[in-house]
Design a protein around this ligand. Structure first.
Ligand code: GDP
Ligand code: GDP
Lengths: 271, 271
């Protein structure tokens, strides 16, 4: 099993913390500069990092693709070009190995199966940069919108922001995962509608443990109370975890190869 | 008494909420677009809004200058130019009325006495845009750095971020308010050093009231506890309020006219 997950969003939105919490590993190091002398990021890089995970007796080779510096430079015109190029390059590597005469038995799959796009919890919806980048991403990869650091929102603000973002995704015709196909029956359509109602996932991540009233859990300790990331009232973390590692893992891989890769392959062979 | 306060920072950092809480009024309307159809801000505007405030038997004519759209457009090169131009224009209006032969008894003062600069609570310190804008602002106005929405930080993260920002302000030689003058004695220097140790103020604002255990207070209700903005453990709001409306109000006005305005005047008359 090979699963490749790309993570995109401004620095400081809790991306590395969330990935390390989701896959209970130390896969992503936070991209923080540790001292003022270090120069600020002038360009964006693309850094894949891999590790092996055992989840319910399934061996999963996970690769996380981080994009440090995204949206943090002064002029963000065309900052999405290197990301789209990376995704297309993986498709063309796969295509090349598919077309070679003497094909290896097992083709390594580096295609990006899902992309977590982090939205700021400011309560103001999508920014102009978000809309432009999402427009490009939705054409080439399965995009899953996520609100980072959702503990900065009260229950009402969270509900209002999720509705607002769903409206904006519809208005700008940004087609996120899951897709409705002609081959889908009534049940498939219903389960897709349920997922769409949960998007964007408002998550809180943490790698620190706290013990309150005898129960130990991962959370964040504030001066007015301690938050438990696995409590669905506090954070939609467990919904995102189940979605990514259990219920939709296989479908994300299949959709990538049946929809995104086939569209790419058609265009290349017709060109 | 005339006091002009400029507020700069990306949208959604809680600027309007904080100003309305500081001055117990509805002075600033949040710049949120209410529906997806409304266009995203393409440029930054500068909007002064005035109101009359009674604080401890002193009538204060307060003007708040908002900068909706700051840092939210795609290409932020030179986005600070309109702000610096606005500040200098107020100085030159004041200079012109000072130089006219028949001077009115009372010259209206629209010079900017203080500028609250909002930093994002991401834990990553100053971004490249922050450093460039602060460099320009510190030359023409009293700048007071503030961390917005500080409830997104735990106590340790808050302490680490404040230290980190102070280090970066020193490293980039950004001179915020208060200034050390030759005329100052030992006591003045000590009181300035105390203020510098409190900068940046990590504040949480709110205009909603909650009642917990019989006491009513302004706060934010989360699923794991209710925060009281006037509790110094939860938010440095009361320190910023005392600093701005009581202890340093007069000094901010004096420093503007003795340092920033005189520097401007000298340059203009020598030019
Ligand atoms: N309030 C809040 N802070 C978080 C959360 N997740 C991480 N953090 C803190 O935010 C800071 C930056 O997180 P990091 O994961 O490095 O962000 P990244 O730059 O997006 O990878 C760290 O100090 C974390 O402790 C969260 O869900 N809520
Ligand atoms: N977590 C948190 N949210 C806040 C705070 N102050 C305001 N908000 C919320 O953030 C949203 C945007 O605030 P607003 O004042 O309009 O931000 P502005 O665009 O910077 O003026 C609103 O939904 C507020 O309820 C705060 O201190 N902490």
């Amino acid at each position: 099993f090979q699963f490749n997950l790309m993570v995109i969003g401004r620095s400081g939105l809790g991306k590395s913390t969330l990935i390390n919490t989701l896959f209970a590993s130390n896969l992503m190091q936070s991209s923080a500069r540790t001292s003022p002398e270090q120069p600020l990021p002038q360009t964006m890089e693309i850094e894949p990092k891999s590790c092996l995970i055992e989840e319910n007796n399934v061996r999963l080779e996970l690769t996380c693709i981080d994009t440090p510096g995204f949206g943090d430079v002064l002029d963000n015109e065309k900052c999405w070009d290197p990301i789209i190029k990376y995704i297309k390059d993986q498709h063309s590597t796969y295509l090349r190995s598919e077309l070679t005469a003497k094909r290896p038995l097992f083709t390594p799959d580096t295609r990006v199966h899902a992309c977590l796009y982090f939205i700021q919890p400011t309560g103001k919806g999508l920014r102009s940069l978000d809309i432009l980048v999402l427009r490009k991403l939705c054409e080439v990869v399965n995009v899953i919108p996520v609100i980072g650091k959702a503990d900065a929102l009260t229950s009402d603000e969270k509900r209002a922001l999720k509705t607002r973002i769903r409206e904006e995704l519809n208005f700008h015709r940004l087609r996120c995962y899951p897709y409705d196909l002609e081959t889908h029956d009534e049940d498939d359509r219903k389960s897709n509608a349920l997922i769409r109602d949960m998007l964007p996932f408002a998550v809180v991540g943490s790698t620190k443990e706290y013990t309150v009233d005898g129960t130990t859990f991962l959370g964040r300790k504030t001066r007015w109370g301690t938050l438990n990331i696995e409590d669905p009232e506090h954070s939609e973390f467990i919904y995102l975890r189940d979605f990514l590692t259990r219920t939709h893992l296989q479908d994300l891989i299949d959709t990538t190869s049946q929809i995104h890769y086939e569209t790419f392959r058609c265009r290349q062979l017709n060109a």
